[in-house]
Design a protein around this ligand. Sequence first.
Ligand code: IMP
Length: 433
Amino acid sequence: MPVTIVIGSQWGDEGKGKIVDLLSDQVDIVARYQGGANAGHTICWGDETFVLHLVPSGIFHEGVTCVIGNGVVLDPVAVLDEIRMIRELGYEVEGRLLISHNAHLIMPYHKRIEAAREQARDAGAIGTTGRGIGPAYVDKFARTGIRVVDLLDRDVLREKLRVAIEEKNAILRSIYGAEELDVEAIIEEYVEFDQLIDPYVTDTTEYLCHALQEGKHILAEGAQGALLDVDFGTYPFVTSSHPTAGGCCTGLGVPPTAVRRSIGIVKAYCTRVGNGPFPTELHDETGERLRRVGHEFGATTGRPRRCGWLDLVALRYTSMVNGFTDYAITKLDVLTGLDEIKVCVRYRYDGKETTRFPAEVQTLSRVEPVYESLPGWKEDITGAERVEDLPAAAQRYLQFIAGYTGVDISLVSTGPKREQTIHGAGVRIRAAV
Ligand code: IMP
């Protein structure tokens, strides 16, 4: 059986948590392949709302095994807190959550270095989530990182931590003039994690590849969004990993030939947190309205998200890079009530129009969006069960997205709750040929 990948097609916060939660009913394993506690996946059940940062949302589905893959950077304090919260909600975690022994760890010094670096960048700051993601990946690729497996051996951990913290203290002191970290206090805190984390640690690559041979279905969950990918996103205003499809193979160790489906999660408009170019950003009442109605505040940091119209130039680009087989459109209900809905179909740059997405920020920050205007709708769509139940203007909007990008729509979310979803038959909106 295959691997299905779920990827945010924009700058993150497309509503992947709800979609992964829904699809979890159809799979055996949900596996997270990159990022860390910078992600925030929100799930609404009835009146209850949960936010998960590291553990895949499949954990709330009996019979589903969740995996945190080698491509993730794991904050042991954050994951242990999350495990405690899930247990308190009445769900068994042991035996159902597997953490890769090869995943790298986020340590307190990663957060401190990140904070110092962001402060030093001043106006050029990336606007990170402050979770230590970038510095942890730097250590991974500099081959100086500490991995989950190291947590299980107190002597090895002590030695590696001492070397790492002394080096980081030198950087904090001499480059940033920042306060140093207490070597012994960190060592004493982290050596205690061995027994707590041990029940979850395993060779997840071997587990996943055996599962594939046994015919199991894996849902690979990306965090952040394709436009935050360190290679394909709006560098340097990106995260430090690969949310795009390729990251699934390197972040889990599953072969590319096992991937059968790549679902792009597309919010019906665009948002972005942190800094960096955003061609369709709205600085007016409509942008405010999208933020208010869409509750566009970060699930991890609480920061207000920047809001704007749907950018189809960017979406076509991320569809190309990720080979999206189909889209799940989210938050369509947030557009209800607008007289007109704009979608960006081209960029204007240096007097010329183009449909190419220039990921380099020098160009992207200078493009002007060229919009197509579509009619809005006033009817409440949150109870729609089939696409045909939607107002004609909403159907036309969906058709426009599929037609422009050449990707079918297999699911439409019309509200935060599980039942506010149009899926299955009747929702196949054909892309124009
Ligand atoms: P970092 O991942 O914390 O290093 O932040 C790098 C950039 O990615 C910043 O612009 C963050 O706001 C953004 N970012 C990181 N995680 C998320 C997410 O889960 N959703 C949306 N943006 C994110």
